[in-house]
Ligand binder design. Structure first.
Ligand SMILES: Cc1cc2nc3c(=O)[nH]c(=O)nc-3n(C[C@H](O)[C@H](O)[C@H](O)COP(=O)(O)OP(=O)(O)OC[C@H]3O[C@@H](n4cnc5c(N)ncnc54)[C@H](O)[C@@H]3O)c2cc1C
Ligand code: FES
Length: 264
């Protein structure tokens, strides 16, 4: 069980990834060694009139130097203010929070399906698997976006040595269409008993990946998003309905759930 901390971190590196996407690396996070792929941090936006924190998946860590990376898209006021920070600025983080992904066996194929800004936790997972000695050839990294500008960090993904399957709706990069098309083709062409499916992205894509996993009989996990007022299981602001009945808190019982567990 991880013990999250609430502490100030310092922005040390900021990259504008264009098209409203940013990468930020923060320093001196004492629980960085406890971070696992799928965990998130709850970020206080430095502004007097924004009360609720914003959830951000961990996109990567450097344990030796105590660095933690987040990659985000500017969608509203909170993320816009975050994007305006400069190196040296101080930001309060609560984390690491949530349930992490279960890594597959080394002999299994990890089929990762990232959609848009669902990329960070799966990128962290692929990076961590390679670091732990998994064969990168057993990682199939499917990444869908509207156009080429939504497919982030292409060079970094390729450097991992994983099999990269970019897919764009307008055909400006990789295969044209929706990401789930090539995923389905890939699953049908291989040994399903040795596959694990992992997804993170917009609701429609998650529903499609969930349906694929159930229909084709491939187990796996999905990372969900929900508005998170408290982030630590108290307010019930983030609940989702479960297939078996009842509800789960995305912040505390997730954000990672088994395929077929949540009524999407
Ligand atoms: C587990 C998790 C991981 C995520 N990881 C990423 C990531 O890696 N990269 C990324 O780009 N995005 C990620 N998101 C989405 C990100 O949290 C939202 O894009 C962000 O909160 C939007 O904030 P905003 O102020 O810019 O947006 P706005 O659209 O302006 O927010 C709209 C309104 O929503 C409400 N709201 C926002 N946040 C909260 C909250 N915490 N509780 C209650 N109400 C709220 C407020 O009323 C706010 O005014 C993640 C979300 C979750 C749940
Ligand atoms: S955000 Fe409060 S219970 Fe999940």
């Amino acid at each position: 069980m991880i013990k999250p901390t609430c502490e100030d971190t310092f922005l040390i590196k900021k990259r504008d990834l264009k098209n409203n996407y940013f990468s930020m690396v923060f320093k001196t996070y004492s629980r960085v060694d406890q971070c696992q792929p799928g965990h998130f941090v709850h970020v206080h936006i430095p502004s007097t009139d924004i009360f609720f924190r914003r959830a951000m998946s961990v996109a990567g860590v450097l344990v030796e130097s105590g660095e933690i990376e987040v990659i985000f898209k500017v969608v509203g006021r909170g993320t816009r203010l975050l994007s305006m920070l400069h190196p040296g600025d101080r930001v309060n983080f609560l984390g690491p929070l949530g349930v992490s992904f279960k890594l597959p066996k080394k002999s299994e194929k990890a089929i990762m399906v990232a959609g848009g800004v669902g990329f960070p936790p799966l990128f962290y997972m692929a990076t961590e698997m390679v670091r732990r000695g998994y064969d990168p050839k057993n990682i199939e990294f499917f990444y869908g976006g509207r156009s080429v500008s939504d497919i982030l960090e292409r060079t970094r993904i390729k450097k991992l040595g994983v099999t990269f399957h970019p897919v764009t709706e307008d055909g400006s990069y990789g295969e044209k269409g929706l990401v789930t098309g090539p995923v389905e083709r890939y699953i049908k062409s291989g040994d399903k008993a040795k596959m694990r499916l992992y997804g993170c992205g917009p609701d429609g894509m998650l529903r499609a990946v969930n349906e694929l996993g159930l229909r084709l009989g491939v187990p796996g996990q999905l990372s969900l998003e929900a508005p998170m007022p408290c982030g630590v299981g108290i307010c019930l602001g983030c609940v989702v309905p479960l297939v078996k009945g009842g509800y789960a808190r995305v912040c505390q019982d997730g954000p990672v759930f088994e395929i077929g567990e949540v009524a999407l």
